[in-house]
Design a protein around this ligand. Structure first.
Ligand SMILES: C[S@@+](CC[C@H](N)C(=O)[O-])C[C@H]1O[C@@H](n2cnc3c(N)ncnc32)[C@H](O)[C@@H]1O
Length: 456
């Protein structure tokens, strides 16, 4: 094909759609060009910066016709920071985009037509919603830099607040920043794998108000940590201050060892009246308001009558398990992180729930083994895997177990759609698909779906 654009030249074009990273997509004489920051319906002037065989990338130079959905970002560093990709879009249009993304994946990847994805359920107030913050720490121009990674890089954008995080972080980050500068604590350099303080992680229980502050260090100790503790424990809600030891040269934020510097080892929170204890190493959904919506929808889709056995695979600290246990006969949860399973067991006990059991291990190993050795059965299987989706061996075993219903919860519609292909070929029909916006202003979308065994 004759490529109709040249690098370093300026063209006019119209944007037709948003891509999976929130970038505008349009065509110049039939040739696809991706333009960050441009919105559908906009007419723009674009500088071509990269040309590939079948597509190119452009830099937005001027917006000639502005989309009515364009908004001024609330955050002053929204353009640089890699956290939010859609602050320049109205929230209504963002929800419509997310619904369409799920519909496209369902049709293109799973090859399922004729199932209409329900409109994404959004938040009434889509700001300051996160209960977990992970701020990278490094050397700034003069003092320490604490903030977020810039788009597609690990350069730290130094900032003192994030509009997705709880307000308590503004004060906590201020205190840690002051401490690191005052005591000249060595700051981590990712490239050289040198320096001490790597990340600051906070978690807040939305309903309990309890806050955990975790300092991630490339070492065993934090010098003058008693001074930091003195200051942090005065922040309203702080009940736990911990050190996490991560000496690996890795992108993974947390290491395996946690040392409590002050207060409790865990924090508690509740969702819809169920209390949860959460360790620093355990997964816990980051948007508590929408988690209640998500779990409520998963229970609703299951239409429990009270006599069901439910498998909750990739169960974390047993949150979905305990939601289901209130309405089912028995729930069995499986999760790979031992600390999370320890939390799950305590959580069942704490809430007086006696019909939920848990096992540690990879779901793709535990479930096939229990199926072969004990002939494990289930009426409903719930899966909520990490972004990479379900292991194939697990999907095969689920098909052998042959539950009446499968509830698939996913934070990555692309791998969800890939797994649906296997379940569809194995005799399941997609009955309902409901996106839930767990991550406003980012391109990420969560989906909960119901699959029913087809009558053979
Ligand atoms: C998206 S989270 C869902 C957790 C839980 N359902 C919730 O809503 O809080 C995925 C969970 O799967 C766990 N996990 C990852 N790989 C796993 C595997 N192979 N087998 C079992 N659990 C796994 C992670 O540790 C994490 O807790």
């Amino acid at each position: 094909m004759n490529i109709p654009v040249e690098k370093n030249k300026i063209y006019e074009m119209t944007i037709d759609a948003l891509g999976s990273n929130g970038e505008g997509i349009g065509r110049i004489d039939g040739f696809t060009v991706f333009v960050e920051g441009a919105l559908p319906g906009e007419k723009i002037r674009v500088l071509i910066v990269k040309v590939k065989k079948n597509y190119g990338y452009g830099k937005l130079m001027e917006t000639l016709e502005v989309s009515p959905e364009r908004r001024e970002p609330v955050c002053p560093v929204a353009k640089q920071c890699g956290g939010c990709q859609l602050q320049h879009l109205s929230y209504e249009a963002e929800l419509a985009y997310k619904t369409k993304e799920v519909q496209d994946d369902l049709e293109r990847i799973a090859g399922i037509k004729g199932v209409e994805v329900k409109p994404a359920l959004g938040m009434a107030d889509p700001w300051r919603y996160r209960n977990k913050a992970q701020f990278p720490v490094g050397q700034g121009k003069n003092d320490c830099a604490i903030g977020f990674y810039a788009k597609r890089s690990h350069r730290i954008v130094d900032t003192d607040r994030c509009f997705l995080q709880n307000e308590c972080n503004d004060e906590i980050i201020g205190i840690v920043r002051q401490f690191l500068n005052e005591f000249q604590i060595p700051l981590y350099d990712e490239e050289k794998h040198k320096g001490l303080v790597r990340h600051i992680l906070t978690r807040i229980g939305r309903n309990s108000g309890e806050i955990m502050v975790c300092i991630v260090v490339n070492g065993k100790k934090l010098p003058n940590s008693d001074r930091l503790v003195e200051r942090l424990k005065k922040v309203e809600g702080v009940v736990s201050i911990v050190l996490n030891v991560n000496k690996e040269k890795t992108n993974v934020i947390l290491g395996k060892k946690v040392i409590t510097l002050w207060g409790k080892d865990t924090i508690t929170d509740s969702i819809d009246g169920i209390e949860f204890e959460i360790s620093p190493l355990s997964f816990y959904q980051v948007n508590p308001v929408q988690t209640e919506v998500l779990y409520g929808k998963a229970v609703e889709l299951s239409d429990l009558k009270g006599d069901e056995t439910v498998l909750d695979l990739y169960c974390g600290i047993g949150t979905i398990s305990l939601f289901f246990a209130r309405k089912a006969k028995r729930v069995f949860g499986v999760e790979i992180v031992p600390e999370a399973i320890a939390d799950a067991k305590k959580n069942a006990e704490r809430n007086g729930i006696t019909n939920a059991e848990f096992a540690v291990g990879a779901a793709e190993e535990v479930i096939p083994r229990l199926y072969e050795e004990e002939g494990i059965t289930a009426d409903i299987v719930v899966v909520d895997p990490p972004r990479k989706g379900c292991d194939e061996k697990l999907l095969e075993t689920i098909l052998q177990i042959s539950p009446e219903k499968i509830v698939y919860v996913s934070c990555n519609p692309a791998t969800w759609a890939r797994d649906l292909v296997v379940l569809k070929e194995g005799g399941y029909e997609v009955k309902e698909v409901q996106p839930v916006d767990q991550f406003p202003h980012s391109v990420h979308v969560e989906v909960v779906s119901l699959l029913q065994k087809r009558d053979m």
